[in-house]
Design a protein around this ligand. Structure first.
Ligand SMILES: [Zn+2]
Length: 379
Protein backbone atom coordinates (compact mmCIF):
# COMPACT_ATOMS: atom_id res chain seq x y z
CA UNK A 1 0.00 0.00 0.00
CA UNK A 2 1.46 3.33 -1.10
CA UNK A 3 0.53 6.95 -1.57
CA UNK A 4 0.86 7.85 -5.21
CA UNK A 5 1.10 11.39 -6.59
CA UNK A 6 -1.65 12.18 -9.10
CA UNK A 7 0.68 14.72 -10.71
CA UNK A 8 4.18 13.27 -11.12
CA UNK A 9 3.53 9.64 -10.18
CA UNK A 10 6.09 9.47 -7.37
CA UNK A 11 5.13 7.11 -4.57
CA UNK A 12 5.49 7.46 -0.80
CA UNK A 13 5.02 5.09 2.15
CA UNK A 14 1.40 5.17 3.34
CA UNK A 15 2.37 5.77 6.96
CA UNK A 16 3.99 9.15 6.29
CA UNK A 17 1.56 12.01 6.97
CA UNK A 18 1.29 13.72 3.60
CA UNK A 19 -1.60 15.52 1.96
CA UNK A 20 0.23 16.70 -1.14
CA UNK A 21 3.27 15.57 -3.11
CA UNK A 22 6.39 17.21 -1.62
CA UNK A 23 7.90 17.35 -5.12
CA UNK A 24 5.12 18.80 -7.25
CA UNK A 25 2.32 19.75 -4.77
CA UNK A 26 -0.30 17.62 -6.55
CA UNK A 27 -2.87 15.55 -4.63
CA UNK A 28 -2.12 12.02 -3.49
CA UNK A 29 -4.13 8.83 -3.75
CA UNK A 30 -3.82 5.48 -2.08
CA UNK A 31 -2.73 2.58 -4.24
CA UNK A 32 -3.36 -0.99 -3.12
CA UNK A 33 -1.22 -3.90 -4.28
CA UNK A 34 -2.54 -5.45 -7.50
CA UNK A 35 -3.03 -8.80 -5.83
CA UNK A 36 -5.81 -7.33 -3.70
CA UNK A 37 -8.01 -7.49 -6.76
CA UNK A 38 -6.86 -10.79 -8.20
CA UNK A 39 -9.55 -12.88 -6.52
CA UNK A 40 -13.15 -12.58 -5.39
CA UNK A 41 -13.50 -11.76 -1.75
CA UNK A 42 -16.04 -13.22 0.59
CA UNK A 43 -17.61 -9.93 1.60
CA UNK A 44 -18.90 -10.07 5.14
CA UNK A 45 -21.41 -7.89 7.00
CA UNK A 46 -22.96 -4.68 5.70
CA UNK A 47 -21.91 -1.10 5.22
CA UNK A 48 -18.46 0.39 4.72
CA UNK A 49 -16.54 -2.36 6.53
CA UNK A 50 -18.12 -5.09 4.42
CA UNK A 51 -15.39 -4.03 1.99
CA UNK A 52 -12.53 -4.15 4.50
CA UNK A 53 -10.31 -6.17 2.10
CA UNK A 54 -10.30 -3.10 -0.19
CA UNK A 55 -9.73 -0.62 2.65
CA UNK A 56 -6.40 0.44 4.18
CA UNK A 57 -7.16 -0.46 7.79
CA UNK A 58 -9.34 -2.55 10.07
CA UNK A 59 -12.59 -1.07 11.51
CA UNK A 60 -11.09 0.53 14.59
CA UNK A 61 -13.76 3.24 14.97
CA UNK A 62 -17.26 2.71 13.63
CA UNK A 63 -20.80 3.99 14.13
CA UNK A 64 -22.40 1.66 11.59
CA UNK A 65 -21.88 3.77 8.46
CA UNK A 66 -22.84 2.88 4.90
CA UNK A 67 -25.54 0.43 3.78
CA UNK A 68 -27.75 3.37 2.84
CA UNK A 69 -30.93 2.94 0.85
CA UNK A 70 -30.97 2.96 -2.95
CA UNK A 71 -34.49 4.20 -3.64
CA UNK A 72 -36.16 3.82 -7.03
CA UNK A 73 -37.99 7.08 -7.72
CA UNK A 74 -40.69 6.99 -10.38
CA UNK A 75 -42.80 10.02 -9.48
CA UNK A 76 -40.49 12.91 -10.25
CA UNK A 77 -41.77 13.63 -13.74
CA UNK A 78 -38.56 12.30 -15.26
CA UNK A 79 -37.56 8.76 -16.32
CA UNK A 80 -37.15 6.46 -13.25
CA UNK A 81 -34.01 7.17 -11.31
CA UNK A 82 -32.37 5.58 -8.26
CA UNK A 83 -31.48 7.85 -5.35
CA UNK A 84 -28.74 6.69 -3.00
CA UNK A 85 -29.74 8.44 0.22
CA UNK A 86 -26.55 9.14 2.13
CA UNK A 87 -28.56 11.06 4.71
CA UNK A 88 -29.18 7.62 6.22
CA UNK A 89 -25.61 7.54 7.56
CA UNK A 90 -25.02 7.92 11.35
CA UNK A 91 -24.48 11.70 11.31
CA UNK A 92 -26.72 12.23 8.30
CA UNK A 93 -24.24 12.58 5.45
CA UNK A 94 -21.87 10.66 3.17
CA UNK A 95 -18.91 12.04 5.12
CA UNK A 96 -19.30 9.20 7.64
CA UNK A 97 -18.10 6.67 5.06
CA UNK A 98 -14.82 8.51 4.81
CA UNK A 99 -14.58 9.51 8.44
CA UNK A 100 -14.75 5.95 9.80
CA UNK A 101 -11.70 5.09 7.68
CA UNK A 102 -9.92 8.43 8.22
CA UNK A 103 -10.30 8.30 12.00
CA UNK A 104 -9.24 4.65 12.08
CA UNK A 105 -6.09 5.64 10.20
CA UNK A 106 -5.54 8.60 12.57
CA UNK A 107 -5.74 6.16 15.48
CA UNK A 108 -3.23 3.86 13.82
CA UNK A 109 -0.87 6.81 13.43
CA UNK A 110 -1.32 7.71 17.10
CA UNK A 111 -2.93 11.09 16.37
CA UNK A 112 -4.64 12.74 19.36
CA UNK A 113 -6.03 15.84 17.66
CA UNK A 114 -7.93 15.88 14.36
CA UNK A 115 -9.16 18.88 12.42
CA UNK A 116 -11.08 19.99 9.37
CA UNK A 117 -12.47 23.03 7.62
CA UNK A 118 -16.10 22.47 6.85
CA UNK A 119 -19.33 23.83 5.41
CA UNK A 120 -20.92 21.69 8.14
CA UNK A 121 -21.25 18.02 7.25
CA UNK A 122 -17.56 17.19 7.66
CA UNK A 123 -17.57 19.03 11.01
CA UNK A 124 -20.53 16.99 12.26
CA UNK A 125 -18.98 13.74 11.13
CA UNK A 126 -15.49 14.52 12.42
CA UNK A 127 -16.90 15.55 15.81
CA UNK A 128 -18.87 12.33 16.21
CA UNK A 129 -16.07 9.99 15.16
CA UNK A 130 -13.46 11.87 17.19
CA UNK A 131 -15.73 11.53 20.24
CA UNK A 132 -16.02 7.82 19.59
CA UNK A 133 -12.24 7.54 19.22
CA UNK A 134 -11.59 9.79 22.23
CA UNK A 135 -9.66 12.31 20.18
CA UNK A 136 -9.76 16.09 20.30
CA UNK A 137 -11.63 17.59 17.34
CA UNK A 138 -11.14 21.07 15.92
CA UNK A 139 -13.43 22.39 13.21
CA UNK A 140 -13.17 25.64 11.29
CA UNK A 141 -16.41 26.85 9.75
CA UNK A 142 -17.05 29.91 7.57
CA UNK A 143 -19.06 32.69 9.23
CA UNK A 144 -22.76 32.51 8.36
CA UNK A 145 -24.05 30.06 5.77
CA UNK A 146 -23.50 26.90 7.81
CA UNK A 147 -26.75 25.04 8.43
CA UNK A 148 -27.73 25.13 12.12
CA UNK A 149 -28.28 21.37 12.37
CA UNK A 150 -24.65 20.75 11.45
CA UNK A 151 -23.28 23.24 13.98
CA UNK A 152 -25.47 21.67 16.67
CA UNK A 153 -24.01 18.27 15.82
CA UNK A 154 -20.40 19.47 16.03
CA UNK A 155 -21.09 21.19 19.36
CA UNK A 156 -22.95 18.33 20.99
CA UNK A 157 -20.09 15.93 20.27
CA UNK A 158 -17.70 18.27 22.03
CA UNK A 159 -15.65 19.58 19.10
CA UNK A 160 -13.85 22.90 19.35
CA UNK A 161 -15.88 24.92 16.84
CA UNK A 162 -14.14 27.98 15.47
CA UNK A 163 -15.94 30.38 13.17
CA UNK A 164 -13.65 32.05 10.64
CA UNK A 165 -14.65 35.51 9.48
CA UNK A 166 -14.36 34.50 5.85
CA UNK A 167 -15.66 31.81 3.50
CA UNK A 168 -14.95 28.06 3.37
CA UNK A 169 -11.87 28.60 1.24
CA UNK A 170 -10.34 30.85 3.93
CA UNK A 171 -11.08 28.21 6.58
CA UNK A 172 -9.53 25.52 4.39
CA UNK A 173 -6.39 27.59 3.84
CA UNK A 174 -6.04 28.14 7.60
CA UNK A 175 -6.64 24.61 8.81
CA UNK A 176 -3.87 23.32 6.56
CA UNK A 177 -1.43 25.39 8.59
CA UNK A 178 -2.24 23.67 11.91
CA UNK A 179 -0.39 20.66 13.33
CA UNK A 180 -3.54 18.58 13.78
CA UNK A 181 -4.20 15.51 11.65
CA UNK A 182 -6.32 16.82 8.78
CA UNK A 183 -9.49 14.99 7.89
CA UNK A 184 -10.76 17.03 4.98
CA UNK A 185 -11.17 15.27 1.68
CA UNK A 186 -7.59 16.27 0.88
CA UNK A 187 -6.80 13.26 3.09
CA UNK A 188 -6.60 10.24 0.77
CA UNK A 189 -7.62 7.83 3.53
CA UNK A 190 -10.98 9.52 3.89
CA UNK A 191 -11.63 9.09 0.19
CA UNK A 192 -10.96 5.36 0.60
CA UNK A 193 -14.05 5.09 2.78
CA UNK A 194 -16.15 7.13 0.38
CA UNK A 195 -15.36 4.84 -2.54
CA UNK A 196 -17.52 2.14 -0.88
CA UNK A 197 -20.63 3.90 -2.18
CA UNK A 198 -19.69 2.58 -5.62
CA UNK A 199 -19.40 -0.97 -4.29
CA UNK A 200 -22.83 -0.80 -2.64
CA UNK A 201 -24.46 0.56 -5.78
CA UNK A 202 -22.89 -2.17 -7.94
CA UNK A 203 -23.94 -4.90 -5.54
CA UNK A 204 -27.50 -3.58 -5.28
CA UNK A 205 -27.95 -3.24 -9.05
CA UNK A 206 -25.86 -6.24 -10.10
CA UNK A 207 -23.95 -3.90 -12.40
CA UNK A 208 -22.64 -0.35 -12.53
CA UNK A 209 -25.18 2.34 -13.46
CA UNK A 210 -24.82 3.99 -16.86
CA UNK A 211 -24.65 7.38 -15.20
CA UNK A 212 -23.94 8.54 -11.66
CA UNK A 213 -24.94 12.11 -10.78
CA UNK A 214 -23.77 13.85 -7.62
CA UNK A 215 -23.24 17.34 -6.19
CA UNK A 216 -19.70 18.75 -6.13
CA UNK A 217 -18.38 21.01 -3.38
CA UNK A 218 -14.80 20.35 -2.39
CA UNK A 219 -15.07 17.61 -5.02
CA UNK A 220 -13.50 14.69 -3.18
CA UNK A 221 -16.55 12.47 -3.45
CA UNK A 222 -16.69 12.27 -7.24
CA UNK A 223 -13.11 11.06 -7.47
CA UNK A 224 -13.55 8.69 -4.49
CA UNK A 225 -16.61 7.06 -6.04
CA UNK A 226 -14.94 6.88 -9.45
CA UNK A 227 -11.97 5.13 -7.83
CA UNK A 228 -14.45 2.69 -6.28
CA UNK A 229 -16.02 1.84 -9.63
CA UNK A 230 -12.58 1.34 -11.19
CA UNK A 231 -11.49 -0.97 -8.36
CA UNK A 232 -14.72 -2.98 -8.60
CA UNK A 233 -14.06 -3.40 -12.32
CA UNK A 234 -10.42 -4.33 -11.67
CA UNK A 235 -11.73 -7.02 -9.30
CA UNK A 236 -13.70 -8.41 -12.24
CA UNK A 237 -17.05 -7.71 -10.61
CA UNK A 238 -18.44 -5.34 -13.26
CA UNK A 239 -17.65 -4.98 -16.94
CA UNK A 240 -18.65 -1.37 -17.62
CA UNK A 241 -17.99 1.91 -15.83
CA UNK A 242 -20.52 4.74 -15.41
CA UNK A 243 -20.33 8.30 -16.67
CA UNK A 244 -19.70 10.63 -13.73
CA UNK A 245 -21.78 13.84 -13.75
CA UNK A 246 -20.87 16.46 -11.14
CA UNK A 247 -23.45 19.16 -10.38
CA UNK A 248 -22.63 22.61 -9.01
CA UNK A 249 -24.76 25.60 -8.06
CA UNK A 250 -24.74 28.52 -10.50
CA UNK A 251 -23.14 30.80 -7.90
CA UNK A 252 -20.42 28.33 -6.95
CA UNK A 253 -19.40 26.50 -10.11
CA UNK A 254 -15.58 26.69 -10.41
CA UNK A 255 -15.22 23.16 -11.79
CA UNK A 256 -17.82 23.74 -14.49
CA UNK A 257 -15.96 26.90 -15.52
CA UNK A 258 -12.57 25.22 -15.51
CA UNK A 259 -13.82 22.25 -17.51
CA UNK A 260 -15.48 24.51 -20.11
CA UNK A 261 -12.73 27.10 -20.25
CA UNK A 262 -9.75 24.70 -20.03
CA UNK A 263 -8.19 26.98 -17.45
CA UNK A 264 -5.23 25.84 -15.37
CA UNK A 265 -6.81 27.05 -12.12
CA UNK A 266 -10.14 26.51 -10.45
CA UNK A 267 -11.61 29.35 -8.45
CA UNK A 268 -14.73 31.46 -8.01
CA UNK A 269 -13.96 34.31 -5.65
CA UNK A 270 -17.31 34.87 -3.89
CA UNK A 271 -19.25 31.60 -3.99
CA UNK A 272 -22.98 31.99 -3.29
CA UNK A 273 -25.75 29.42 -3.11
CA UNK A 274 -28.57 28.34 -0.85
CA UNK A 275 -26.97 24.87 -0.99
CA UNK A 276 -24.41 25.62 1.72
CA UNK A 277 -22.83 22.16 1.52
CA UNK A 278 -21.45 23.03 -1.92
CA UNK A 279 -20.81 26.72 -1.33
CA UNK A 280 -17.13 26.38 -2.18
CA UNK A 281 -15.18 28.58 -4.56
CA UNK A 282 -11.80 26.83 -4.60
CA UNK A 283 -12.36 23.07 -4.40
CA UNK A 284 -9.29 21.28 -3.08
CA UNK A 285 -9.88 18.16 -5.19
CA UNK A 286 -10.60 19.86 -8.49
CA UNK A 287 -7.81 18.11 -10.41
CA UNK A 288 -9.03 14.69 -9.26
CA UNK A 289 -12.64 15.61 -10.02
CA UNK A 290 -11.83 16.77 -13.54
CA UNK A 291 -9.79 13.61 -14.12
CA UNK A 292 -12.77 11.46 -13.02
CA UNK A 293 -15.15 13.41 -15.27
CA UNK A 294 -12.85 13.19 -18.31
CA UNK A 295 -11.88 9.52 -17.81
CA UNK A 296 -15.51 8.49 -17.43
CA UNK A 297 -16.79 10.55 -20.36
CA UNK A 298 -18.94 12.52 -17.92
CA UNK A 299 -19.57 16.21 -17.42
CA UNK A 300 -19.79 19.04 -14.90
CA UNK A 301 -23.04 20.97 -14.98
CA UNK A 302 -24.76 23.89 -13.28
CA UNK A 303 -28.20 24.31 -11.70
CA UNK A 304 -29.72 27.42 -10.14
CA UNK A 305 -30.79 27.81 -6.51
CA UNK A 306 -34.42 27.99 -7.61
CA UNK A 307 -34.06 24.67 -9.47
CA UNK A 308 -32.36 23.12 -6.43
CA UNK A 309 -35.12 24.14 -4.01
CA UNK A 310 -37.81 22.99 -6.41
CA UNK A 311 -36.13 19.57 -6.76
CA UNK A 312 -35.77 19.32 -2.98
CA UNK A 313 -39.51 19.91 -2.56
CA UNK A 314 -40.34 17.42 -5.31
CA UNK A 315 -38.24 14.64 -3.74
CA UNK A 316 -39.85 15.21 -0.37
CA UNK A 317 -43.44 15.49 -1.62
CA UNK A 318 -43.42 12.80 -4.31
CA UNK A 319 -40.95 10.26 -2.95
CA UNK A 320 -40.79 10.78 0.82
CA UNK A 321 -37.08 11.62 0.67
CA UNK A 322 -35.99 14.68 2.65
CA UNK A 323 -32.52 15.74 1.51
CA UNK A 324 -30.58 18.93 2.06
CA UNK A 325 -30.52 21.45 -0.82
CA UNK A 326 -27.13 20.37 -2.26
CA UNK A 327 -28.39 16.80 -2.43
CA UNK A 328 -31.29 17.80 -4.64
CA UNK A 329 -28.95 19.31 -7.25
CA UNK A 330 -28.66 16.04 -9.25
CA UNK A 331 -32.46 15.78 -9.56
CA UNK A 332 -32.57 19.45 -10.55
CA UNK A 333 -30.11 18.61 -13.33
CA UNK A 334 -32.07 15.58 -14.54
CA UNK A 335 -35.24 17.67 -14.81
CA UNK A 336 -33.38 19.83 -17.33
CA UNK A 337 -31.42 17.16 -19.16
CA UNK A 338 -32.63 13.65 -19.91
CA UNK A 339 -29.99 10.96 -19.31
CA UNK A 340 -30.52 7.54 -20.85
CA UNK A 341 -30.23 4.15 -19.16
CA UNK A 342 -29.74 3.29 -15.52
CA UNK A 343 -29.16 6.51 -13.57
CA UNK A 344 -28.16 6.78 -9.91
CA UNK A 345 -28.24 10.12 -8.06
CA UNK A 346 -26.32 10.57 -4.84
CA UNK A 347 -28.20 12.52 -2.16
CA UNK A 348 -25.29 13.45 0.06
CA UNK A 349 -26.99 14.71 3.22
CA UNK A 350 -30.25 14.63 5.18
CA UNK A 351 -32.76 17.46 4.97
CA UNK A 352 -32.93 17.81 8.76
CA UNK A 353 -29.43 19.26 8.61
CA UNK A 354 -30.92 22.48 7.29
CA UNK A 355 -34.56 22.91 8.39
CA UNK A 356 -34.28 26.70 8.14
CA UNK A 357 -34.34 26.58 4.37
CA UNK A 358 -37.80 24.97 4.56
CA UNK A 359 -39.18 27.14 7.35
CA UNK A 360 -37.88 30.41 5.92
CA UNK A 361 -40.74 32.69 4.99
CA UNK A 362 -44.29 32.03 6.08
CA UNK A 363 -44.92 28.69 7.81
CA UNK A 364 -47.56 26.83 5.79
CA UNK A 365 -49.70 25.62 8.66
CA UNK A 366 -52.73 27.05 10.44
CA UNK A 367 -53.47 27.43 14.12
CA UNK A 368 -56.96 26.66 15.41
CA UNK A 369 -58.90 26.78 18.67
CA UNK A 370 -58.99 23.39 20.42
CA UNK A 371 -62.53 22.43 19.35
CA UNK A 372 -63.95 20.16 16.63
CA UNK A 373 -65.78 22.93 14.79
CA UNK A 374 -62.54 24.82 14.28
CA UNK A 375 -60.84 21.68 13.07
CA UNK A 376 -63.62 20.87 10.59
CA UNK A 377 -63.49 24.39 9.24
CA UNK A 378 -59.87 23.99 8.07
CA UNK A 379 -60.07 20.38 6.80
ZN1 LIG B 1 4.20 14.78 -7.47
Amino acid sequence: MKLSCTGCGRTYPARIILYRCPECDALLELIHPEKTFSRKHAWKGTGVWRYAPLLPTKPLVTLGEGNTGLHLCENLGIPPVHVKHEGENPTGSFKDRGMTVGIAWAKKLGATTVACASTGNTAASLAAYAARARMRAIVLIPSGNVAMGKIAQALVHGAKVIQVDGNFDDAMRLVQQTDAYLLNSINPFRLEGQKTLAFEVCEALGRAPDTLVLPMGNAGNISAIWKGFKEWKAAGLISKLPKMIGVQAAGANPIVRTLRGRKKSCRVSRPETVATAIRIGAPINWTKAIAAIRESGGDAVTVTDREILSAQKLLAEKEGLFVEPASAAPIAHLRKKKRRGLVVCVATGHGLKDPEVILRGKPKFVTIRPDLKSLQRVL
